[in-house]
Design a protein around this ligand. Structure first.
Ligand code: BGC
Length: 249
């Protein structure tokens, strides 16, 4: 089935048609800058524009960088505060006049990796972390997602982990790969203590440089780079929408 996946991020909103049987993008990717301010209404307009450009009619999956419970966005760490307690699924359903499933961005990326990427057929506990503006997390037990884990907000040295070890922190502070990897390792010490994962998948744009920092990372888990770099969110969003549709038919 071909489903539209849309990934709302801090700097861009990206969409593509996805073959949910293979996990492949079957169209160009459309990207529009995230509006400033990134209010729900402004973002909804961009999502509407992307669906219009694809002349799409069908279920739509949309990711968002916050806790999303039953379609309601509950937090807003790096986006406009208007998203707190916003019924995002309803807002976007009304804007598109289509069925919409909204989920956390890292959960979506993890779904794509576990279904078709680095975590495919891996049993036990798999944790995916996306390193970007923040740190997103997705947590799976035998392929089943435990949603909204928000491990990027675990406290390390009294600070949110993402304020110490996101890709943005690396850039802002001009950290060398090894220096940054040591910060990520401090985060992994906490993750290991709490969950003893079997596999950790490293996602986000920075994962394409895995050969530079991967050898410095340590965990009780096997550490691997994501397969789907920046498309993981789009793919996972489409998969979630297609699953939601099947559940309702
Ligand atoms: C948010 C998460 C999100 C992550 C990556 C964090 O600041 O709290 O919900 O998954 O950033 O975008």
């Amino acid at each position: 089935m071909i489903t539209l996946g849309i990934d709302i991020g801090g700097s861009g909103i990206k969409g593509a048609r996805v073959n949910t049987k293979s996990g492949e993008l079957v169209s160009e990717r459309v990207r529009i800058d995230t509006p400033n301010p990134s209010t729900p209404e402004n973002c909804a307009q961009v999502v509407q524009e992307i669906a219009r450009q694809f002349q799409y009619h069908g279920p739509v999956g949309v990711t968002f960088p916050s806790v999303v419970r039953h379609g309601v966005t509950l937090t807003a760490a790096n986006v406009d505060q208007g998203w707190i307690n916003c019924d995002a699924a309803k807002l976007l359903r009304d804007a598109l006049a289509l069925p919409v499933t909204v989920l956390n961005d890292a959960d979506a990326a993890g779904i794509a990796e576990v279904e078709f990427g680095a975590g495919k057929n891996v049993g036990g506990t798999v944790a995916m972390f996306t390193f970007g503006t923040g740190i997103g997390s997705a947590f799976f037990i035998d392929g089943v997602l435990f949603p909204n884990t928000e491990f990027g907000h675990l406290l390390i040295r009294g600070k949110d982990a993402e304020k110490r070890a996101s890709a943005q922190v690396k850039e802002n502070k001009g950290l060398k790969w090894k220096e940054w990897a040591e910060r990520v390792n401090e985060f992994f010490v906490e993750i290991d203590k709490l969950f003893t994962p079997d596999m950790i998948i490293i996602g986000g744009g920075i994962s394409k440089k895995f050969d530079k920092f991967g050898p410095h990372l340590r965990s009780v888990a096997q550490i691997v780079p994501a397969k789907f770099l920046n498309d993981a969110g789009i793919i996972g969003a489409a998969l979630a929408a297609s699953k939601a549709r099947k559940a309702h038919t």
